[in-house]
Design a binder for this molecule. Structure first.
Ligand code: UT7
Length: 337
C-alpha cells in the first residue's frame, strides 16, 4: 500500500548514503579519434584539460537506460527493494524527452511503485542538488529511502564539429540511496546559483524560446555552447568558496577535509582547488582522464568509485563540490562510516 510522502510523522532524522552505483558505456572516444574529426591534438587536450578519453552510448540508448543501470547497482549495494523507495530524483540536462521526467521512466524500469519521481536541472551541480533535496525529505521524516541519480548522455547534445566543446564531454550515470538508516552521514549541503551567467554555458534550442525547427537545426542550436575561459575563471573561484561554505555549515574547516571529490571538468580546475584548499594529491579524487566531463553524472560516478575503492576510513570527512551551467554551484560534507 502506498505510504504517501507527507503522511510520515515529522521528526528529525539523520540523512545517510547507504548504497551507491554507477555505469559508463563501453564505447571509448579517444583523443586520437578527435584528432581525426576536428583541428585538435592529444597534446593540447591533455595539457589543457587532463582528459585522455571519454565514453559514448550507442545511438539507441537514452539517459533513463543508463540511469536505470546505476540505480539497480545502488539498490543492490544498499540491499534495498525498489518498492521500499519513497522518491526518485534524477538530475540531468539530457532527459530522454521533455516529459515525462527521466525519473518516471526509471521508476517504471525498476518497478519502484511506491515512489514519487521527478527530475531537477542544475547542470553539473545537479547531483548535489538531488542530495540536498533528499537530505531535507529524510531529515523532516517525510521519506525513508530516496534514490538520487545524476545521468547524462551529453554525446547527443555535443557538436563534434566544435573543438572548443567536443573534447570535453562524455556519457555516464551514477546513483545513491539516501536513507534514514545508518550509512555515510550527510553533515551538510550548500547550494548556490547566479542566473546572470546564463549565457556562459547553455543549449539554445529545443525549448520554448527556440523550439525545434529546420532553422535551429541548420544553425546547430541543439548543441552545447560555452564560453570556456569565463566558465574556467568562475569555477576556480567557486570551488574554494562552496567548499568552505559546506564546511562552515557543519562547524568544520579546510584542515578537517580528509578527501575531496570535485566536479570532474578539467584537471587544471581540480589542481587549482587542491592548492587553494591546501590538499595533497592523495586526498583528491580524479577520473576526468578516463571519462571527461559527465555533467550531473560526474560527482555521482566519482562518489561510487570512491565507495568501491574502499580507501576511506570511518569518521573521514569527504567533501563533494561542483559548479555548472546556470550558473550553479553546490557542495556537501559527508562523514564516512
Ligand atoms: O562543467 C562545466 C563545464 N565547463 C567547463 O568546466 C569548462 C571550463 N573551461 C575549460 O575547461 C577551458 O577553458 C577549456 C578547456 C574549455 C579551454 O581551455 P583554455 O586554456 O581556456 O583555452 P582557450 O579557450 O583560452 O583557448 C586557447 C586557444 C584558442 O586559440 P587562439 O585564439 O589562442 O589562437 C582556442 O581556439 O586554444 C584554442 N583551442 C584549441 N586548440 C586545440 C580551443 N579548443 C582547442 C582544441 N584544440 N580542442
Amino acid at each position: 500500500m502506498r505510504q504517501g510522502l507527507f503522511n510520515l510523522k515529522a521528526s528529525q532524522y539523520a540523512a545517510s548514503i547507504i548504497g551507491t552505483g554507477s555505469y559508463v558505456p563501453d564505447t571509448v572516444i579517444s583523443n586520437s579519434y578527435l584528432e581525426e574529426i576536428v583541428d585538435t591534438s592529444d597534446k593540447w587536450i591533455v595539457s589543457r584539460t587532463g582528459i585522455k578519453e571519454r565514453r559514448k552510448v550507442l545511438d539507441e540508448i537514452a539517459t533513463s537506460d543508463i540511469a536505470t543501470k546505476a540505480a539497480i547497482q545502488a539498490l543492490n549495494d544498499a540491499n534495498l527493494d525498489p518498492i521500499e523507495l519513497d522518491m526518485i530524483i534524477v538530475a540531468t540536462v539530457t532527459p530522454d524527452m521533455a516529459f515525462p521526467s527521466t525519473a518516471c521512466l526509471v521508476q517504471k524500469s525498476i518497478g519502484a511503485i511506491n515512489a514519487t519521481a521527478f527530475d531537477i536541472e542544475a547542470a553539473c551541480s545537479g547531483f548535489i542538488y538531488c542530495l540536498s533535496i533528499a537530505e531535507q525529505f529524510i531529515k523532516s521524516g517525510s521519506a525513508n529511502n530516496i534514490l538520487v541519480i545524476g545521468a547524462e548522455v551529453l554525446s547527443k547534445i555535443t557538436d563534434y564539429k566544435d573543438r572548443n566543446t567536443c573534447i570535453l564531454f562524455g556519457d555516464g550515470a551514477g546513483a545513491a540511496i539516501v536513507s534514514k538508516s545508518k550509512g555515510y552521514q550527510i553533515l551538510s549541503t550548500y547550494l548556490g546559483s547566479d542566473g546572470n551567467g546564463c549565457d556562459l554555458l547553455y543549449l539554445p534550442a529545443g525549448g520554448s524560446r527556440n523550439p525545434a525547427s529546420i532553422e535551429t537545426i541548420n544553425k546547430s542550436m541543439h548543441y552545447i555552447k560555452m564560453e570556456g575561459s569565463e566558465v574556467f575563471k568562475f569555477a576556480v573561484r567557486i570551488m574554494e568558496t562552496a567548499t568552505e561554505k559546506a564546511l562552515e555549515l557543519c562547524n568544520l574547516n579546510k584542515s578537517d577535509i580528509d578527501y575531496l571529490i570535485p566536479h570532474q571538468a578539467n584537471i587544471r580546475i581540480i589542481e587549482n582547488a587542491m592548492k587553494r584548499l591546501d590538499l595533497t594529491e592523495d586526498k583528491v579524487f580524479v577520473n576526468v582522464d578516463k571519462y571527461g566531463n559527465m555533467s550531473a553524472a560526474s560527482i555521482a560516478v566519482a562518489l561510487d568509485e570512491t565507495n568501491k575503492m574502499k580507501r576511506l576510513s570511518n569518521g573521514d570527512n569527504v567533501v563533494l563540490v561542483a559548479f555548472g551551467g546556470g550558473l550553479t554551484w553546490a557542495s556537501s560534507v559527508i562523514r564516512w562510516l
